[in-house]
Ligand binder design. Structure first.
Ligand code: PLP
Length: 751
C-alpha cells in the first residue's frame, strides 16, 4: 500500500498548490517518470496507468519510436509557423486524411489543443451553412448533444449543458441548439432550416463513457443527409484506436463530413489536433480565414506521423478491440455477480470503459483514491463513474492485475459479512471470462437467430493431380482414384447435410472440370458485411479458379446475396477466408501471411472493412493457410496449433486471446486437420477430434460433430476449407452471455 503522504510528494504538492490556479482537484500523486503503461512518483512508487491522460497517452509513456522522432525533428527544426511550408507536414496530413477516409479532395487543418480544432469545425460548419446551404447571414445554428464535452473555450462551454463549466463565464455565443444524446427523435426535432451542422461525440467521454444504442450514429447520418446538415464528429477522445477501430464512426459503417482529432495524435508527447473535412467543407477556407501559430509545426507533424505509424505497426487497434472485449467482459462479470449492487452500469468500447457506481453504497472519488494507494491510477467523472482507459499498448497481465485491484478495492466497500466472504475479489480473479454468445440453435429458432449462409463447391472433379503443398501426393491418389473420389463425394455431402441440419443455408458453386481445388471454397474470397474481396492465388495451378469465383459472386450480387465485389490489389496474393478469419467477439480479423497470402493484405483488409486486422506470420509450410492452424469458436475460444506460428504471432495470440481462451491442438489433431473446423454457435464441426480435444470442447459447452473428410485431408483441406461463410457482419454485436453462464453453473453443480 502506498502511504497517503510520502515526503517528496507532499512537498511537491505544497509547492505546486501555492502557485497554481485551483481549476483541477488532482489526486495526491506526484508523477516523475513513465514507461509504457507504468508511472513512477517522486517517492519511487509505481502505478499502473488506467487513465492515459484522458486518452492522450494511447501509445504508452515515452514510446521509444516517438521519443526518437521528437528528438530527431527537434534537432532539425521544431517551429516554423505556417508562413512557410515545412517538410514533415505533407506526409503527416496525407496519412491522416487517408485514414479518415472522408473522400476525394478531403483536407485537414492542423492545430494544437483539441478545443482549437473544435473551434475550426464550428467555423467550417458556419461557412458551409452560409456559402453552400444558403442560410441567412449570422443565423447558422449548430446542434449539439446534452452532456457534451468539446473543450473549454468560451464558445464551447457556451453550449455545454454542465453548469460547472459555464458558471459566470458568459455571455456566450448564440447559435447552438441541443438534443438528447442517443435519441434520434430528439435530434430530428432540434434540427431547423437554419441548422448547418450536428456536432457530437460518437461516445460521450467526459459525460461518463456513454455509448448510444446501436444504430444511433447511422440514423444520425441518414437524418443529416435528409435535412442537408453536416455531421461533424468529435473524436478527440474516441479516435485513433481507443474504441477498437481507427475511429468510433467505423463501428456503424458511416462517414462524417467533418472529423475532429486530438489527444493521441500527439503520441503522448505534444499537443497535436486536427480538423478534417470533405472537399465541399474544406474548400471554403482561403488564406487569412483561419490560423494558429503552432498548428502543424514540423515537430508536431513528425511526432504525429510516427504516432499513426506506431498504431499501425504495433496493431494497437486490434489490441484495443481484443483487450477491450476482455476488460468489458470482466467488469460486466463483476457487476453481474456482485452481492451488493455497488456497480450500476458498465459501458464502453475497446479499451475505454466506464463503471458507474451507486453513490448510495460507494463514492467514486473514494474508490479512485484507494486505487491510487494500491498503485492503479484512474479518475472519476461526474461523481459516480470510474474510467478504465489504459494505454493501448498495455499487456494483458497488467490489465488483469489492474482489474483485480479494482475488485479488491470494491470489496472494501462491502458490508462486513460480504467482505469476509470475499465475493467480489474471488469472482474477479476467476480468469475464464468469455465472449458473449447465443445459445439458441439456428434450426430451433430461425426467427430470432439468423440462419448461417454458407458457400460450398461440389467435388465433382476433385482429385490430386498436382502438388502445391506438402500434404499432396498425386501418386497415392492415382492408385486409389475411384475410391478416393467416392469418399470425397460422401464426405462432402455429409458435411453439407450437417450444416443444413444445424440450420445453415448452403449456396453451391458449380464444379469446373480441370479445377479440382475449386472445392476449397474458403480460398475463393473473404466475405464480410456483404462485401467480397476476391482471392488472387499464389500458385498458378489455382489461378484458373479466379474467373469462376468472380462469375459466381457476380451472380450472387445479382441475386442480392452480396453487395460489392473488390479485387485483391495488384502485387499482393490473397487466398480468401483461408487467410482472413473474422472474430466476432473481439471485433477483429485475424490474417495469415508468410506462406500463401502476402503481408500487405492486412492493410488492404483493414481499409476495406474498416476493422482491426491482426497479422499472424505462418512459418510452417505444412500449415500454409491460417485456417489450417487457427479456428475461432463462437464462444471466443481460439483453437490453434503452436508450431505453425512465428514467435511474434504466438505472443500476439497469447496477449489478445489470453491463455485461458486458447485451446492448443496437439500433433494428432493438427495432422488430421482438425483445427480446420467450422463453428456455428455452440455446434462445432470437425473432420477429426481426438478424445482430449473432444473433452475440452464439451467441457466448454460445445457439441462436437465429426464428419470424416479423409480424401480432402490428403490435399491439405478439411471442413473450414470446404466452406465459405457469406453472412459475417462486422456490425453484429455479440449476443448476451447465455450458454456459458448456464453451462458453468451446470458444471459447478456436477462438480
Ligand atoms: N473534445 C473532446 C471529445 C474531448 O474529450 C476533449 C478533452 O477532453 C476536447 C475536445 C478538448 O481537448 P483539449 O483539452 O485538448 O482542448
Amino acid at each position: 500500500m502506498i502511504p497517503a503522504t510520502a515526503p517528496l510528494s507532499a512537498a511537491a504538492i505544497a509547492r505546486e498548490s501555492a502557485v497554481i490556479a485551483a481549476n483541477y482537484a488532482p489526486l495526491p500523486v506526484v508523477l516523475a517518470a513513465g514507461c509504457g503503461e507504468w508511472l513512477t512518483d517522486v517517492d519511487g512508487h509505481r502505478y499502473l496507468d488506467f487513465m492515459s491522460a484522458y486518452s492522450a497517452v494511447s501509445h504508452g509513456h515515452a514510446h521509444p519510436r516517438l521519443v526518437q522522432a521528437l528528438i530527431d525533428q527537434a534537432q532539425r527544426v521544431a517551429v516554423t509557423s505556417r508562413a512557410y511550408h515545412a517538410a514533415p507536414l505533407g506526409p503527416f496530413l496525407e496519412k491522416l486524411v487517408d485514414l479518415a477516409g472522408l473522400g476525394a479532395g478531403s483536407r485537414a487543418l492542423p492545430a494544437s489543443g483539441g478545443a482549437e480544432s473544435v473551434e475550426t469545425a464550428i467555423k467550417a460548419a458556419r461557412r458551409w451553412g452560409y456559402r453552400v446551404k444558403g442560410i441567412a447571414p449570422d443565423c447558422a445554428e449548430i446542434v449539439t448533444a446534452r452532456g457534451n464535452f468539446h473543450g473549454r473555450s468560451t464558445t464551447i462551454v457556451g453550449f455545454s449543458t454542465e453548469p460547472a463549466y459555464r458558471a459566470d463565464f458568459g455571455p456566450f455565443a448564440p447559435g447552438f441548439g441541443h438534443f438528447d444524446f442517443g435519441d434520434i427523435d430528439s435530434l430530428a426535432a432540434a434540427i431547423t432550416d437554419r441548422t448547418a451542422a450536428v456536432l457530437l461525440e460518437p461516445i460521450q467521454g467526459e459525460a461518463g463513457i456513454v455509448v448510444p444504442a446501436p444504430g444511433f450514429l447511422a440514423a444520425a447520418r441518414r437524418l443529416c443527409d435528409e435535412r442537408r446538415v453536416l455531421l461533424i464528429l468529435d473524436e478527440v477522445q474516441s479516435g485513433l484506436g481507443r474504441t477498437g477501430r481507427w475511429f468510433a464512426f467505423q463501428h456503424e459503417g458511416v462517414r462524417p463530413d467533418g472529423l475532429i482529432l486530438g489527444k493521441a495524435l500527439g503520441g503522448g508527447l505534444l499537443p497535436v489536433s486536427c480538423f478534417i473535412g470533405t472537399a465541399e467543407v474544406m474548400d471554403l477556407f482561403e488564406p487569412g480565414s483561419h490560423g494558429s501559430t503552432f498548428g502543424g509545426n514540423p515537430l508536431a507533424a513528425a511526432v504525429g506521423l510516427e504516432a499513426l505509424r506506431v498504431i499501425e505497426d504495433e496493431q494497437l487497434i486490434a489490441r484495443s478491440a481484443a483487450l477491450g472485449a476482455h476488460l468489458l467482459a470482466r467488469l460486466r462479470r463483476l457487476q453481474e455477480e456482485q452481492t451488493v449492487p455497488l456497480i450500476r452500469a458498465v459501458r464502453g468500447r475497446g479499451l475505454w470503459v466506464g463503471v458507474d457506481l451507486d453513490p448510495q453504497h460507494v463514492s467514486a472519488r473514494a474508490v479512485v483514491e484507494r486505487l491510487a494507494r494500491r498503485g492503479v491510477l484512474t479518475k472519476d467523472t461526474h461523481e459516480t463513474v470510474i474510467r478504465f482507459a489504459p494505454p493501448l499498448t498495455i499487456s494483458r497481465a497488467a490489465l488483469d492485475w489492474g482489474i483485480d485491484v479494482f475488485a479488491a478495492v470494491l470489496d472494501e466497500f462491502l458490508p462486513a459479512p460480504d467482505r469476509e466472504a470475499g465475493r467480489v475479489t474471488v469472482l474477479a480473479s476467476r480468469s475464464a471470462t468469455r465472449i458473449p454468445m447465443n445459445r439458441a440453435r439456428p434450426a430451433a429458432n430461425p426467427i430470432t437467430q439468423p440462419r448461417a449462409r454458407l458457400m460450398m463447391s461440389a467435388p465433382d472433379h476433385f482429385e490430386v493431380s498436382y502438388r502445391i503443398n506438402p500434404w499432396m501426393d498425386p501418386a497415392q491418389w492415382r492408385v486409389g482414384a475411384e475410391r478416393l473420389a467416392q469418399d470425397a463425394q460422401r464426405g462432402w455431402s455429409q458435411l453439407k447435410q450437417t450444416y443444413e441440419r444445424l440450420g445453415a443455408v448452403v449456396e453451391v458453386q458449380p464444379a469446373v472440370r480441370g479445377l479440382p481445388d475449386l472445392v476449397f471454397t474458403a480460398n475463393a474470397a473473404v466475405v464480410l458485411d456483404r462485401k467480397v474481396v476476391l482471392a488472387h492465388f499464389l500458385c498458378p495451378e489455382r489461378q484458373g479458379e479466379e474467373p469462376h469465383n468472380r462469375a459466381f459472386f457476380e451472380a450472387m450480387r445479382a441475386r442480392g446475396v452480396v453487395d460489392e465485389i473488390v479485387d485483391c490489389p495488384a502485387g499482393e496474393f490473397f487466398e480468401g477466408a483461408g487467410d482472413a478469419i473474422w472474430d466476432a467477439g473481439r471485433g477483429l480479423l485475424w490474417s495469415g501471411h508468410g506462406q500463401r497470402s502476402t503481408a500487405g493484405m492486412q492493410h488492404f483488409l483493414a481499409a476495406t472493412y474498416g476493422v482491426p486486422v491482426v497479422a499472424l506470420e505462418l512459418v510452417n509450410p505444412r500449415f500454409y493457410h491460417l485456417d489450417t492452424c487457427l479456428c475461432v469458436l463462437d464462444g471466443g475460444e481460439v483453437l490453434y496449433y503452436r508450431p505453425a506460428f512465428s514467435r511474434c504471432a504466438l505472443g500476439l495470440l497469447e496477449d489478445l486471446v489470453g491463455k485461458d481462451r486458447l485451446i492448443e491442438a496437439g500433433d494428432e489433431d493438427a495432422m488430421h486437420l482438425a483445427v480446420n473446423s467450422v463453428c456455428l454457435g455452440r455446434d462445432a464441426v470437425f473432420c477429426h477430434a481426438s478424445a482430449a480435444l473432444r473433452t475440452q470442447l464439451t467441457e466448454r459447452g460445445y457439441d462436437v460433430h465429426v464428419v470424416p473428410l479423409d480424401s480432402f485431408n490428403r490435399s491439405g483441406g478439411a471442413a473450414y476449407c470446404l466452406t465459405l461463410r457469406l453472412d459475417r457482419s462486422t456490425q453484429a454485436l455479440p449476443q448476451r452471455e447465455v450458454f456459458v453462464e448456464e453451462d458453468l453453473s451446470e458444471l459447478r453443480r456436477a462438480a
